[in-house]
Ligand binder design. Structure first.
Ligand code: 2AM
Length: 176
């Protein structure tokens, strides 16, 4: 609160069917002891941006329209965790290459056009299922879930009395 602008990031935004498939693979709260991400918030981040004012959001939007990619598919094949921040995720994207290429291309264009500072850590595609997890699971395979990617989104994070709510602001389609 206080800082101007909105908190935004670029993500793959699941449709309702995919959302249900993600939920079907999420362990229950009792198993991990953390706070489940609300179903409507489930997503896969491509590029995190952070606070942006209106002019910057216009820049991000214009830049994202320059991304050129073909529709592709990948599978999410496993549960895992980032034990430090206590994040339980669905990930193990296979193949990872087209996803990493999309995130990389977007990040590069944002750097060039909007002075975005690229992430220095390696890209780890994941859907966060729960936070503040007390019992992080060991890496566990799940029934593979296929994600067909035809667009990506610019998403806003809005604070509410029960935590952040994510809301897509704009979509960017694949070509062909
Ligand atoms: P996470 O789920 O692993 O926390 C919105 O915050 C989305 O951007 C989340 O999916 C979050 O990943 C991701 N993200 C990536 N880098 C971030 C950062 N530096 N700060 C906050 N969220 C970040």
């Amino acid at each position: 609160a206080g800082a101007p602008g909105r908190r935004v990031f670029f993500a793959l935004w699941p449709d309702d069917a995919l959302r249900r498939e993600i939920l079907a693979r999420a362990p229950g709260r009792a198993e991990h002891g953390g706070r489940p991400v609300p179903a409507a918030n489930l997503h896969l981040t491509l590029v995190f941006v952070g606070r942006a004012d209106a002019a910057r959001i216009r820049c991000l939007d214009t830049a994202a329209r320059r991304v050129v990619f073909s529709p592709f598919s990948f599978q999410l094949r496993g549960l895992g965790s980032f034990p430090g921040p206590g994040i339980l995720w669905l990930g193990e994207a296979e193949p990872e290459a087209p996803l990493a290429a999309l995130a990389g291309q977007l990040s590069e264009i944002l750097a060039k056009d909007c002075n975005h500072r690229p992430e220095t850590r390696p890209y780890r595609p994941h859907v966060t299922l729960a936070r503040r997890v007390r019992r992080p699971p060991p890496p566990t395979p799940v029934a593979p879930l296929t994600w067909r990617v035809r667009r990506f989104c610019l998403v806003e994070s809005v604070d509410t009395h029960d935590g952040p709510r994510y809301r897509p602001l704009a979509g960017y389609p694949a070509q062909g």
